[in-house]
Design a protein around this ligand. Structure first.
Ligand code: RFL
Ligand code: PHB
Length: 389
């Protein structure tokens, strides 16, 4: 097989890149290790920044998002006895959209299918070769078990943090942090008990109340990284959520309902640089991972491919490699901003250390909610910065 851009990974970064390239008149083939059903039903992120939504709208992917997505003008920060709204629209004149990554993934799959895009699902043995020549290639075994070879002008690794492409950047430098806690994620068929997301600090650990629709709620609880999921019955989950989110007789109360899915997610920060090695480029989680507290991972994946698609188009259609040469530096500026913000939100909200750390966290929460300057910093980062920083 031969194409202009070989894309490894059909998650949001790979599928959106393929969509953007087609609009630029550049052909691609997408290779994916999992099945289409698996990719379309993975429960993951839920929050889109306004710049992500602007990009999706501009390229014809905003219709269902605008119909079914929930526009939120702020978030609530809570700790025992206190609840404060951070009003993004007032502070930075933009909000965010709650729209599940699953839904965006379905929109991407549908748009690529309508365009006749070649996506090879259930491939194995993906291996990237010759990235220092102008004819790089990807070898793989297709779903029928036949060995294949895809020749391309450029290969883009959109294969997440466990795929083969990050390791193919042999001169890379990496930075990382593994946090001493994890999230227990819960999806429940119950009407949300709040209009906006609640991020709660609590002596027993962080809790987050998010949502997917008017009938589906999403929750997270801070747990230990080696937590046994079997130790968390539905009753224990609801009791912990009620306590940490601040359910009080006569005050705010948590609605409960059937739990559809629960899983444990490790939390880490990780950055790889550069995001280019010869004719191999990295985008999305293949280049960087953030803890989910700042709701940035999916947005960074969207921003990366928003920078990469015009760069590849200029390189492959006009022989102008200027934007491709600066892609890594431009993308990494935003990656480090979001890495710092995600680390900061994580360290402010999760229980760790001793009572001194807890007192510092509470002081910071009070400042961020009482001072306009403090709140504005959070709002500007959470609601999203412009594509180019
Ligand atoms: P993905 O989505 O991991 O897709 C990579 C794809 O590559 C495939 N692959 C291979 N394909 C071919 N050959 C191989 N050898 C391959 N190896 C792997 C994989 O099967 C997969 O389909 O990366 P991408 O596209 O870069 O997208 C990144 C986002 O998925 C991720 O950053 C977000 O989900 C992170 N995240 C959140 N981000 C936000 O912006 N807002 C949020 O609210 C938010 N919440 C979350 C999150 C991530 C979570 N989890 C589970 C990690 C909440 C959670 C719980
Ligand atoms: C989600 O709804 O899955 C979600 C929302 C906000 C976060 C992380 C995850 O910070």
């Amino acid at each position: 097989m031969r194409t202009q851009v070989a894309i490894v990974g059909a998650g949001p970064s790979g599928m959106l890149l393929s969509h953007l390239l087609e609009r630029e008149g550049v052909e691609s083939v997408v290779l994916e290790a999992r099945s289409e059903d698996y990719v379309a039903s993975r429960v993951r992120a839920g929050v889109l920044e306004s710049s992500s939504v602007d990009l999706l709208r501009q390229v014809g992917l905003g219709d269902r998002l605008e119909r079914e997505g929930l526009h939120h003008g702020g978030i609530v920060l809570a700790w025992p006895g206190e609840r404060h709204r951070v009003d993004f629209v007032d502070l930075v004149e933009r909000g965010v959209w709650v729209y599940g990554q699953t839904e965006l993934q379905k929109d991407l799959i549908q748009a690529r299918r309508a365009a006749g895009q070649q996506v090879e699902y259930e491939v194995s043995g993906t291996s990237i070769h010759d990235v220092h020549t102008d004819r790089p290639l990807v070898s793989f075994v297709d779903a029928a078990g036949v060995a294949q070879r895809l020749d391309a002008d450029v290969v883009v690794g959109c294969d997440g943090s466990h795929g083969p492409s990050p390791a193919a950047v042999t001169d890379r430098r990496t930075w990382g942090r593994t946090y001493p806690f994890a999230w227990l994620g819960v999806l429940a068929d119950v009407e949300p008990s709040t209009d906006e997301l609640i991020y709660a600090w609590h002596p027993e650990g962080f809790a987050l109340h998010s949502m997917r629709s008017e009938t589906v709620s999403r929750f997270y609880l801070q747990v230990s990284p080696d937590e046994d999921l079997a130790a968390w019955s539905d009753d224990r989950i609801w009791a912990a959520l009620a306590a940490r989110l601040g359910d009080e007789p006569g005050g705010w109360s948590l609605r409960t309902g059937p739990i559809r899915e629960k899983s444990i997610l490790p939390m880490r920060s990780h950055v790889t640089a550069p995001l280019r090695h010869g004719r191999l480029f990295l985008a999305g989680d293949a280049g960087h991972v953030v803890p989910p507290t700042g709701a940035k991972g999916l947005n960074l994946a969207i921003a990366d491919v928003g920078l990469l698609a015009p760069a590849l188009s200029a390189m492959l259609r006009r022989g102008d490699s200027g934007l491709a040469d600066t892609y890594s530096d431009r993308a990494l500026r935003r990656v480090w901003r979001c890495t710092q913000f995600s680390w900061w939100m994580t360290m402010m909200l999760h229980r760790h250390g001793d009572d001194f750390d807890a007192a510092l966290q509470l002081s910071q929460l009070r400042w961020v909610t009482a001072s306009r300057a403090g709140a504005q910093g959070l709002a500007e980062n959470y609601a999203g910065l412009p594509l180019e920083l």
